[in-house]
Design a protein around this ligand. Structure first.
Ligand code: CU
Length: 186
């Protein structure tokens, strides 16, 4: 299993538990209950690399992004090259504000299980968490979680209209300003 699939499995499991434990609150959110979230046309979808129109570089610091907003044409397919230049683990996640809010308890659960340490991802703890909490394969193509010094890419096709943010849902980071705006234009 690749690292991203492993993390996806953990996110998915944590999300399921979060829904089970606080269903009423989360039911009011915008996600569609575990499986549909990442394929929701409201946020777009994983892009075809052959259709990429341009590359946008995003650098993550403690706790902010550079740049703080990106201008995207509706329907455009963009390659994001994301680098973590901070000293802590950070996430680059494209979603609605409500989806980010729903995602934060999952990230908190990863911290509580020792998977997400301030400056590293503990893969042994990730395996233990997956083993003890069952499976639930979920890819998160709209998100990358990066240790300090690491880089990764996301190819994303945007919808014509949406209120999207890119954000870091590592506990405390969004709250201290680690989010940016996707400005969708015609
Ligand atoms: Cu962060």
């Amino acid at each position: 299993m690749s690292r991203s699939n492993l993390l996806g499995a953990i996110f998915g499991t944590a999300l399921s538990l979060a829904i089970a434990s606080s269903g009423a609150a989360l039911a009011a959110g915008s996600h569609s209950g575990g499986h549909g979230m990442m394929h929701d046309m409201k946020i777009g979808q994983p892009g075809d690399p052959s259709k990429v129109s341009r590359t946008v570089e995003i650098t993550m610091y403690d706790n902010y992004y550079e740049p703080e907003s990106v201008d995207i044409k509706g329907g455009e397919t963009v390659r994001f090259v994301v680098k973590n230049a901070g000293e802590f683990v950070h996430e680059f996640n494209i979603a609605t504000a409500a989806m980010h809010e729903a995602h934060r308890p999952e990230m908190m659960m990863m911290v509580e299980h020792g998977v997400l340490e301030p400056d590293r991802i503990n893969h042994e703890a990730a395996k233990a968490m997956q083993a003890s909490m069952g499976h639930g394969m979920h890819d998160e193509p709209n998100s990358v979680l990066l240790e300090p010094g690491k880089s990764s890419e996301i190819v994303w096709t945007f919808p014509d209209h949406a209120d999207l943010e890119f954000a870091c849902n590592v506990p405390g980071h969004y709250e201290t300003g680690m989010h940016g705006t996707v400005k969708l234009h015609r």
